[in-house]
Design a binder for this molecule. Structure first.
Ligand code: NAD
Length: 244
């Protein structure tokens, strides 16, 4: 039995994980932690920690996992460059699955986005649009960032130079070296992502819409079972699904 602790269990994703965990045979929920609780006091009981909490919390969770030689699944998004660097450093000591999105559908969208960008070539303008519920704290979504990173990688662009986060005012004509990224917030939308490939005379749009957080929770629980047998390093959901 693989023993798991959920960090951030009181949140929207935490509750989905708690509800979905019993359906995963071979996995046992041995701890639930949220802000103000002491993960250090219970981590010894676990094989793996699943973190869906707050961007500022993940690096210290990773440090505790590394100290105790426990695997880690990270679903939290919105990390700073400093946090990202620190988490990556700690992944030399323990196996981690770190994914901006744990749904099978979105990981298929990642794959299709790369293929479409390769096939359609540089004449197509690239834009990413995401919509989430009104309570989401970070923007753009981690998934939108991953989609934009895939597009930048295919086009051999640096995303921090190519990204246009919304447009306002006299921004001038669109150039071929930009990737638009647009965040919409409202209501209770679980997560919508569209990648637009637009040329003169035609347009391709790839869209994924999540209607339940269970899809992310079940993916993260599957990742938790997978990661405990891996060598130290950073893996993503495409590794877990065998899509690489
Ligand atoms: P939420 O605000 O509903 O829940 C976050 C929970 O974390 C809260 O209960 C909060 O009290 C807790 N928390 C805050 N600081 C903490 C700390 N220091 N230690 C422990 N717990 C702490 O948010 P949510 O909608 O559940 O999303 C959580 C994170 O997961 C966000 O970063 C979100 O973007 C991300 N997310 C990722 C995926 C994915 O597939 N990777 C899917 C959905 C959401």
């Amino acid at each position: 039995m693989i023993k798991v602790i959920i960090n951030g269990y009181k949140g929207r994703m935490g509750q989905a994980l708690v509800n979905c965990a019993p359906q995963h045979r071979g996995l046992q929920l041995v701890g639930k932690v949220d802000a103000g609780d002491d993960l250090a006091a219970v981590i010894g009981n676990a094989d793996v920690v699943i973190d869906f909490s707050f961007h500022a919390a993940t690096a210290s969770v990773a440090a505790l996992c590394a100290k105790n030689k426990k695997a880690l699944v990270i679903g939290t998004t919105g990390h700073s460059d400093t946090d990202t660097f620190e988490i990556r450093r700690l992944a030399k000591e323990i196996p981690m699955v770190w994914a901006s999105n744990f749904s099978t559908g979105v990981n298929t969208l990642f794959w299709l986005t790369r293929k479409a960008a390769e096939i359609l070539g540089p004449d197509f303008d690239l834009e990413v649009i995401e919509m989430h519920h009104r309570l989401k704290k970070d923007a753009p979504s981690g998934t939108a960032k991953t989609l934009a990173e895939i597009l930048a990688d295919v086009r051999k662009l640096k995303l921090n130079e190519a990204a246009r986060h919304g447009r306002n005012g006299i921004v001038g004509e669109r150039t071929q070296s930009e990737i638009g990224v647009h965040s919409i917030r409202g209501g209770d939308v679980v997560g919508d992502h569209t990648v637009v490939f637009a040329n003169i005379g035609e347009r391709v749009e790839l869209t994924h819409k999540a209607s339940s957080r269970d899809t992310f929770a079940n993916g993260a629980l599957r990742a938790a079972q997978w990661v405990v047998t891996q060598k130290p390093g950073i893996y993503d959901m495409q590794d877990v699904l065998g899509l690489k």
